[in-house]
Design a protein around this ligand. Structure first.
Ligand SMILES: [Zn+2]
Length: 173
């Protein structure tokens, strides 16, 4: 299932809204994509993912995937927000890829998001890794976190195409 959050009504209506959720979601996802590109080529067999945390329309943290065994993008963004003294409670995290659901070389990002009381998770696309593939979203939704998926998905899929081709060719659309 894909949640489309496009604002209803005419373009005029959308413009007149002071805070259009859909426009913000795309704006922050673009920033997350830019973060992802900074990690490209430095993530080993992991996907290069970018994450941005926003609250009240402002970016309070951002980050990208670190080399294998170190922080994933979501954790890097959480640490960045905490280092600025920001409260994550009620914030939204934008991640180009679905947060991971299992403890691999690092603890699961989905659990970290829940622990830090982040209220909303917006992703570009699901992680095709067979051990994630929707499981991260299930953990989040089960914990009462609002999840929006498919924001800028074509751009995210294009960004990650070499990784998908190399490690998850079955997921190729
Ligand atoms: Zn992760």
């Amino acid at each position: 299932m894909r949640a489309l959050r496009l604002a209803e009504g005419s373009p005029q209506d959308q413009k007149s809204r002071s805070v259009a959720v859909s426009i913000d979601d795309e704006r922050f996802m673009r920033l997350a994509l830019a973060q992802a590109e900074r990690a490209r080529g430095h993530t080993g067999d992991n996907p290069w993912v970018g994450a941005v945390i926003a609250k009240d329309g402002e970016v309070i943290g951002d980050g990208h995937t670190h080399p294998p065994g170190s922080d994933h993008a979501e954790i890097a963004a959480i640490k960045s927000a905490l280092s600025r003294g920001a409260s994550l409670e009620g914030a939204t995290i934008y991640s180009t890829l679905e947060p991971c659901s299992f403890h691999g070389r690092t603890p699961a990002c989905a659990l970290a998001i829940v622990e830090h009381r982040i209220a909303r998770v917006v992703i570009g696309m699901r992680d095709p890794h067979p051990r994630v593939n929707g499981e991260g979203l299930t953990i989040l939704r089960g914990a009462g976190v609002e999840v929006i998926e498919g924001v800028l998905e074509p751009e995210v899929a294009r960004s990650l195409a070499p990784w998908i081709d190399a490690y998850h060719p079955h997921a190729k659309r």
